[in-house]
Every structure is written in C-alpha cells, then in structure tokens.
Design a protein around this ligand. Structure first.
Ligand code: ST9
Ligand code: ZN
Ligand code: ZN
Length: 331
C-alpha cells in the first residue's frame, strides 16, 4: 500500500483547503532498519510523580462514587464520552489519519473534547501517532510494544524518547496539521484549554448547577474520569498490540480486542486498523462496539462531516486471503 496525495500549501486548491486534499503520512515503512543496541532509558521524575499522584487521586475518586449524586455520575459519563471523542473522532481518525473531512464547527467541538482529554495537543498526538503507524514496533515507534506491556501502556510517557522517534518523526509530512487553524490554535493555547476543560469544567458544572461538593466534582468527573480515559487509550497501545486475533494480517502484532474496543469507544479493532489505517470506521463492522463510527455517521447525516474513506469488501477479502489467517473476525 502506498500513501496517496501530495503536500498541501496553505493556499486553497480548486476550492478545497490544504487539509482536505491531503492523505496522512501513516503507512508502514518497511525500509527502516533499527540500529543495534538500545540507548539507556532516562527517567523523567516529574512525569513519574504527576502520573502517580493522578492515579492516587483517581483511586480516591473511586471511593467517593457513593457520595456523588446521580446527576454527577451522568455528567462523569458525558465528560468521558466527550473527551474520548476528542481523541478517537478528532486526534485519531480525523487529524492523524485524515479518514474523513470535518467542518469548522465539528473541528472546534473535537478540539474542545481533545483538550478535556489532556493527552498532549492534537499536533503532537498526531505526529507521534503517524510515527507509531509508519515505524510500528521499532525504536522509532514512540510506544514500541516490543518493549513490553508497561512501556507501551504508560512507561513511554515516563522516559525520554528514543532518538530514532525524533529523527524519523522529523521526516514525517505534517503540513496538513500546520495548515489547520483549529489544530494550531489549540496548540498555542493548550495549557489554558486543559486547565479549563480537563479540570475546572468537570468540577464546576456539578457544583454550580446541582450543588455537588467541589471535592466530589474534582475527584470523580475530574481525576477519575481523566485517568479512565487515559488508561482506555493506553490499552490500545498495550493490550491491543498483544492479545486478540489477527484475521487481516497475521504478520503484524496489532490485534482485534473487543474489550479494548468497548472501553475505547471503537478503537480496539487494531489488526484491521493497522492494515487499513485510512478507514474512517477502523473496523469492517460499522457501528458494532464502535460509538465513534456512530458519531461520525451522525455528523455526516447532519452535514457536519463528509467524504468518509472506507475499504471495499473485495479489498478486505483479497487482503485476508493474502495475509490473514491469524484467527477469526470478531464481527
Ligand atoms: C498521553 C498520550 O496520554 C496518549 C497517546 C496515545 C496514543 C494511542 C494511539 C492508539 C490509537 C487510537 C486510540 C484512541 C483511543 C481513545 C480512547 C478514549 C476512551 N516526531 O516529547 P519531547 C521532537 S499524554 C518529530 O519533549 P523528550 C520535537 O522537536 C498524557 N519530532 O521529547 C519536540 O519538541 P516539540 C499527558 C519529535 O524530551 C522535541 O523532540 N501528557 C517527535 O524525549 C522534544 O519532545 C504527558 O504525560 C516526533 N514523534 O520527552 C506528557 N517527538 O514537541 C508526556 C518529539 O516542542 N510527554 N519530537 O515540537 C512528555 O513529558 C515528553 O514527551 C516525554 C519525552 C518525557 C515523554
Ligand atoms: Zn497500534
Ligand atoms: Zn491509528
């Protein structure tokens, strides 16, 4: 498979914006050869301490659940889905893979959800994710699953990056991201947007509208929800690279994992996704265990999204015959 499209300029091309004419630089590069030896891991103590505090706070939030009102629990679910969509429908399927086109209001909505998810800004997230696909499970993959479950889950955020991630990442085509004013606006104002959307809004809405305590608001829809969305996301990098079937390409490690698909609102069909990264549904089974696909379909229906890329049944069949055989499909 080869990437299609050519680098965009910031000018309009035939009435289409630069981002609209672009195909993402996310196709596996089998010409890259790792250098022998692994450089020593340099621990980043700031991140280790902050992640430990976050998870301790999330655990405390778990014990506060009985003290939360039903409305606060419903709000926690809303925050989970909104921040998850900012990652799945936004940073992942729209901005990393360009698998569909989104109108300005939808891009703003997704960027707000993305700031609530606090997983690095969209530009950085998409840059790392393109490197993950292009150099999957090598030293140039930021969360190389060959380095084990812990490293691919959270460990990669607690150490300095492997030099190959930066060296190879600097060669990625990112012009479409630089040309997207929503992406660059979010990057410029990232810290402020995270403070407001990830921490203040989840806490203050229940306090202001139905008199919830600030304590419950901070620890339940705030820290607990944030930690749950993070871990659901990280499971795609760890569990879905280790456990599950490989019906589309048995030569690669990413797997079909229904549990991950459920918690990550549709992102656990990872053998399919690494085989066909440009498919907007990240699965051949449409909306099944795939809330994100249902959301994008709804956005198309109301006219806020369009041009969803999808792999044909014939192409899937041909690919399964050529490289599949690693277990049954989940659909
Ligand atoms: C988080 C991210 O959690 C999660 C991403 C998960 C992805 C999952 C994908 C799976 C599929 C989708 C499923 C979605 C499911 C969602 C479900 C929802 C329910 N290319 O990074 P620095 C250069 S974040 C090119 O500091 P260090 C660049 O010049 C959690 N160049 O490297 C850069 O400067 P700048 C919260 C690159 O010093 C410079 O190097 N956040 C690349 O080694 C320095 O970069 C945190 O915990 C590249 N790929 O530090 C913070 N990379 O960026 C975590 C770097 O200014 N991060 N460069 O252009 C950090 O603290 C640091 O990055 C570090 C490494 C310590 C990890
Ligand atoms: Zn992956
Ligand atoms: Zn992807």
């Amino acid at each position: 498979m080869t990437a299609i499209g050519s680098p965009p300029s910031s000018k309009q091309q035939n009435g289409q914006s630069a981002a609209e004419t672009w195909t993402a630089d996310d196709v596996f590069d089998d010409t890259y050869r790792e250098k022998a030896g692994t450089p020593p891991m340099v621990l980043v103590w700031r991140n280790i301490i902050l992640m430990s505090l976050l998870h301790a706070g999330a655990l405390y939030g778990l014990f506060l659940i009985p003290a939360a009102s039903p409305l606060t629990l419903a709000w926690t679910a809303v925050c989970y889905i909104f921040s998850a969509l900012g990652v799945t429908g936004g940073a992942h399927r729209l901005w990393s893979h360009r698998s569909y086109k989104a109108s300005l209001p939808l891009r703003v909505f997704l960027a707000l959800g993305n700031s609530m998810a606090f997983q690095n800004d969209i530009y950085e997230w998409a840059r790392d994710h393109r490197a993950h696909h292009k150099y999957s499970e090598t030293n140039a993959d930021p969360h190389n699953a060959k380095r084990g479950f812990f490293f691919s889950h959270i460990g990669w955020l607690l150490v300095r990056k492997h030099p190959d991630v930066i060296e190879k990442g600097q060669k990625l085509q990112l012009a479409d991201l630089k040309a997207d004013e929503v992406v660059m606006f979010q990057r410029r104002h990232y810290k402020l947007s995270v403070v407001i959307l990830c921490f203040l809004a989840p806490m203050l809405v229940p306090w202001y509208f139905w008199g919830e305590s600030l304590m419950v608001g901070y620890f339940v829809p705030g820290l607990l929800r944030y930690a749950l969305v993070l871990n659901a996301t990280w499971l795609v990098n760890s569990a879905a690279h280790m456990w599950g079937n490989r019906p589309y390409d048995k030569a690669i490690n990413p797997r079909e994992n229904p549990f991950v698909a459920l918690s990550a609102i549709g992102e656990g069909f990872h053998n399919y996704h690494h085989t066909f990264p440009f498919d907007y549904a990240t699965s051949e089974f449409g909306c099944k265990i795939n809330l994100t696909t249902a959301f994008i379909d709804l956005m198309c229906f109301v006219g806020l999204a369009r041009d969803c890329k999808q792999v044909s049944k014939e192409m899937i069949k041909a690919r399964v015959q050529r490289t599949g055989g690693g277990g049954d499909k989940q659909g």
